[in-house]
Design a protein around this ligand. Structure first.
Ligand code: GLU
Length: 528
């Protein structure tokens, strides 16, 4: 670290995540935030959230709220930030105008920056000309040495201006902690704009001022900022600031190896949340987008990531986004969830889909002293019938093993909440069964089920497994193929090609509904 970096105690790590609130929190930005957070925690350092809202036109408060809300949801918490303050605030660039103005004036006074009065039309013509002769566009430096009187005159006339930085024509290099030495020849670069006015600083300038003022020791950000780094280093030199360490993390590519974008599907954390991904799964998945533990382990909780994360194990090559991996991890974390918690999460999707509704009522058994409790009461939307949370828990339980996204609970379990199922009658047929044989199976089921007194999955299984074995022989089919009875049974209860097993389902539906569904299946077969 540069020895001028005196305010940083040796070993003191201060990193920042500096999103521009011009869109919802993108999975790539969330990964940048995560890497910064992990690095800070691993090194007992500080993690700062800074909102870079200098682009007044594209900035929206709604986006800032989305960023804050979703970072918190992921479990990425900051030590200083716009919502909680801190020693080096404010943490929104739009509130730091005076600080930027001070440094802009300093650069102007010291002749390291200058007013530029060139009109956009002039600049565009210059650009086009350079392109036409096969040269890269670069500002000519026309206003670099305008006489003082001219500058004063233009200012008096209120001629629009920008402030440009005088780029010294030299080589600039830095030692990227991930990518090694990176060098730029700045003689190829024109004098760039650092502010559009004293109240409108631009990114490179505001970022350098803030990284210094906020005592940032390490800048960890995406690879697409590499080309900004030499500009920022030159500004640091001009302002007498030390240069922090830089670490540029690899880009995230879609499966087709182009930069991850909307074309590849969901990109914002809020979309993933809606689709039913758990924060634990997303954190685990994002950590592996560019970082690896150096071995083949793939399950990492936030606390194990904090222990294991290091910049040395961040790769240089781009990371490829693989949704199957995210599904796989999500399934793993869903299976780990305590049933109670998982049910709570699934209930949200069932309500959203309109299958159940929730009402709030006073508890029937108020505590002996004190206020009555308000408890949620769940009802099946179609029938208005009350459904106990314990029943919903059982429904979730039988799907816990196969859920990959929470939202799938709707499609998988909707038949529990429907008054009548709609399905093709042929779905009731196992192998070569005809209508008559299906009817026989349903009759047999109805009879047997009527007689069952203890209605639980064990008893149902015992009874029906034996019955199914007999049934296949009774109708002259392959002995032991229980599908002739159990397939129509399962389809009658669910209306689906695939589902959980019929005994668990029948237990949850209870006797009356189970038999009713058998009767409906009979009507369906008879009706054609
Ligand atoms: N506001 C910039 C962005 O969102 C931050 C870049 C940086 O970390 O320096 O890309």
């Amino acid at each position: 670290m540069n020895s001028e970096f005196k305010f940083i105690q040796p070993g003191e790590v201060r990193v920042r995540f500096a999103p521009s609130p011009t869109g919802f929190l993108h999975i790539g930005s969330a990964r940048t935030a995560l890497f910064n957070f992990l690095f800070a925690k691993k090194n007992n350092g500080f993690f700062i959230l800074r909102i870079e809202d200098t682009d007044k036109e594209r900035t929206r408060l709604e986006y800032e709220q989305d960023i804050i809300e979703n970072l918190k949801w992921l479990g990425i918490e900051w030590d200083e930030g716009p919502d909680i303050g801190g020693k080096h605030g404010p943490y929104r660039q739009s509130q730091r105008g005076e600080i930027y103005e001070k440094y802009l004036k300093k650069l102007l006074e010291e002749g390291k920056a200058y007013y530029c009065f060139c009109s956009p039309e002039e600049l565009e013509a210059e650009r086009q000309y350079l392109l036409s002769i096969g040269q890269p566009p670069k500002y000519s430096g026309k206003c670099r040495n305008l006489p003082k009187e001219i500058v004063e005159k233009y200012k008096k006339e209120r001629k629009p201006f920008v402030i440009r930085f005088k780029v010294p024509p030299k080589k600039v290099w830095f030692n990227d902690l991930i990518r090694g030495k990176i060098e730029f020849d700045m003689s190829l670069s024109g004098d760039f704009v650092i502010a559009k006015g004293f109240d409108s600083p631009l990114y490179n300038f505001a970022c350098v001022v803030d990284d210094f003022e906020m005592r940032i020791s390490h800048v960890i950000r995406a690879e697409d900022h590499i080309s900004n780094t030499p500009k920022q280093i030159l500004l640091q030199e001009a302002l007498g600031f030390p240069t922090p360490y830089y670490a540029h993390i690899p880009l995230i590519l879609g499966p087709d190896r182009s930069k991850l974008s909307k074309r590849h599907g969901a990109t914002s954390i809020s979309e993933y949340k809606k689709m039913g991904y758990l924060p634990e799964a997303l954190v685990n998945f994002m950590a592996l987008l560019g970082w690896n533990p150096g071995d083949s382990r793939e399950f990492f909780s936030m606390s194990s990531l904090i222990k294991e994360f290091s910049l040395e194990n961040v790769q240089k090559s781009p990371a490829v986004f693989n949704i199957k991996k995210l599904d796989f991890l999500n399934g793993f974390y869903i299976r780990q969830k305590p049933l109670e918690k998982l049910t709570e999460l699934c209930v949200f999707y069932l309500i959203e889909a309109g299958l159940i509704k929730v009402e709030f009522a006073e508890s029937q058994y108020p505590p002996a002293y004190g206020a009555k409790e308000i408890v949620p009461v769940y009802k099946i939307s179609e029938t208005g019938e009350e459904i106990n949370i314990e029943t919903i828990k059982k429904i979730v339980e039988i799907y816990q093993q196969r859920l990959k996204r929470l939202s799938e609970i709707v499609e998988l379990t909707d038949f529990f909440f429907k008054k009548e199922l709609t399905y093709e009658k042929n779905l009731l047929k196992w192998k070569d069964m005809n209508d008559e044989e299906v009817l026989k199976a349903l009759d047999r089921l109805e009879n047997v089920l009527h007689k069952i007194k203890e209605w639980d999955r064990k008893k149902l299984e015992e009874t029906l497994m034996e019955e199914a074995r007999k049934f296949s022989e009774d109708i002259g089919k392959e002995a032991g193929d229980r599908g002739y009875l159990l397939w129509p049974f399962r389809v009658a209860l669910t209306g689906k090609k695939a589902s959980a097993g019929p005994f668990e389902i029948a237990e949850i539906l209870e006797k009356e509904k189970t038999i009713l569904r058998i009767k409906r299946a009979k009507e369906l077969i008879k009706s054609s």
